[in-house]
Write a protein that binds this ligand. Structure first.
Ligand SMILES: Cc1cc2nc3c(=O)[nH]c(=O)nc-3n(C[C@H](O)[C@H](O)[C@H](O)COP(=O)(O)OP(=O)(O)OC[C@H]3O[C@@H](n4cnc5c(N)ncnc54)[C@H](O)[C@@H]3O)c2cc1C
Length: 408
């Protein structure tokens, strides 16, 4: 996908992860292919390539469910033309107590109002769908048959190749240093290989978005943390099309992967990752395995899936993922800069939100109206002091597990 740096273009997207390539695809589909995507490494090489790829629709917030549903429609459409490893295997969310079940009732209400299929199920039905689970301490579950899983690297490739076919340029190996500014307007971008004039810039730089924003005085409070999943050797009873599952009270989730189990977690005390400490260049990179940190979640996993106790271990994948302080993405126009947009801080939902959020961002840029409520994603929900690195490092630790906490 490498090409010459052009002198000018209408829209520059910084970063070719699932969000940047998704946005390029959405812009092309909405009618504008005069777009250049600049990627410091190769498409997908940041966080996107090692995502667990779970595609979910369950949420209490109607706006979020609409974004999830739009993403799923995009994946379903693309999977007719590309091998995305898309399996619509359904998803079970488990409740260990009645309070969690009441949350599931609210999810069911929201989904029912939007015409999305889901149902509250009892233990016997959980065991029929996922016989490997121990349900002794389970109060019930919610089942969403339309959810599934996708290969995130294949999704990035599909977005990228269709965007390029439509006329978008995706240029590898170019690092954006900062946007070029004339008062309250962006006029272009400065890269390590020259400048490009543009009318609009979109910062889709994942965990790098904060530092990039600061170079133009834009506060994008997000911070990367170590984020894990375990991959096992094959386990008897783990079937390719089995539903994905989440056990929010145990802070774990899982699914089949090549006949074994992928077991992930949302850490109660996540370890912040300083960008300067990443091995350079950090292209298709991972962090070191951290068994001490994963230990409590392995215990939860063995409790929930007893067969895991005797499974061979393939690896413990530790990849950095950026979270915002409230685990909601940032999707906004930068305050004080009329043509600098931000879509970053996906907080472990970047793949499942990619189609929906990038479609909304494309509508916002091209038509002036995202046609969804973007208030929850506004950069203005935080103050400048929230973007202080010491503040972020202290408070980001509790975010990954925090969004599973039940309301009082
Ligand atoms: C272990 C793990 C499991 C996950 N599981 C799921 C899941 O099941 N479902 C789900 O939806 N999400 C999941 N996620 C989250 C998901 O992977 C991310 O939210 C998503 O990949 C973020 O995409 P992105 O495009 O914003 O960032 P990235 O993929 O990191 O893309 C940003 C790109 O910007 C480039 N870039 C940065 N700075 C510059 C610059 N200055 N110039 C040029 N290029 C630049 C980078 O090289 C990078 O390629 C998981 C994440 C992890 C770590």
């Amino acid at each position: 996908m490498t090409a010459e740096l052009p002198g000018s273009t209408r829209i520059v997207i910084i970063g070719a992860g699932v969000i940047g390539t998704g946005l390029a695809w959405s812009l092309a589909r909405t009618g504008c292919a005069d777009v250049v995507v600049l990627e410091q490494g190769q498409p997908g090489c940041g966080t996107s390539w090692h995502s667990a790829g779970n595609i979910i629709r369950m949420n209490t917030d109607p706006g979020t469910v609409q974004i999830f549903s739009e993403s799923q429609r995009v994946i379903t459409e693309l999977s007719q033309r590309h091998d995305l490893g898309w399996r619509q295997c359904g998803r079970i969310m488990l409740a260990r107590n009645n309070k969690r079940l009441r949350e599931f009732d609210r999810i069911q209400d929201t989904l029912a109002r939007l015409g999305v299929d889901c149902e509250i199920i009892e233990k016997v039905s959980i065991s029929e769908k996922l016989p490997i689970l121990n349900t002794d301490d389970i109060a019930g579950a919610i089942w969403s048959p339309g959810d599934g899983r996708v290969d995130p690297a294949a999704l990035v490739s599909a977005f990228a190749s269709e965007a390029v076919d439509a006329g978008v340029s995706i240029i590898d190996g170019v690092r954006v240093i900062q946007a070029l500014q004339d008062g309250s307007r962006i006029t272009g971008v400065l890269t390590d290989q020259g400048e490009i004039d543009c009318e609009v810039v979109v910062n889709c730089a994942g965990m790098w978005a904060r530092e990039l924003g600061l170079r133009n005085g834009v506060d994008i409070p997000l911070y990367a943390v170590e984020h894990f999943y375990l991959l096992t050797e094959t386990i008897a009873g783990v079937q390719p099309n089995m539903p994905t599952f989440r056990d929010p009270d145990g802070l774990i989730y899982g699914r089949e992967e090549v006949g074994g189990l992928l077991l992930g977690c949302f850490d109660r005390d996540a370890i912040p990752v300083r960008l300067a400490d990443l091995p350079q260049p950090f292209e298709f990179g991972l962090l070191n395995e951290n068994w001490d940190q994963f230990g409590p979640y392995l215990e939860q996993g063995i409790h929930r899936i007893p067969a895991l106790a005797n499974a061979g271990i393939r690896s413990l994948v530790n990849g950095p993922e950026s979270f915002t302080l409230d685990a909601e993405p940032h999707m906004d126009r930068a305050p004080g800069l009329s043509n600098y947009f931000v879509l970053a801080g996906l907080s472990s939902t970047g793949v499942t939100r990619s189609g929906g959020m990038t479609a909304a961002m494309a509508r916002w840029i091209l038509d002036g109206d995202p046609a969804i409520d973007v208030q929850p994603f506004s950069l203005r929900r935080f103050a400048s002091e929230h973007n202080d690195e010491t503040y972020l490092r202290k408070h980001i630790r509790k975010v990954p597990a925090g969004h599973f906490q039940l309301e009082a």
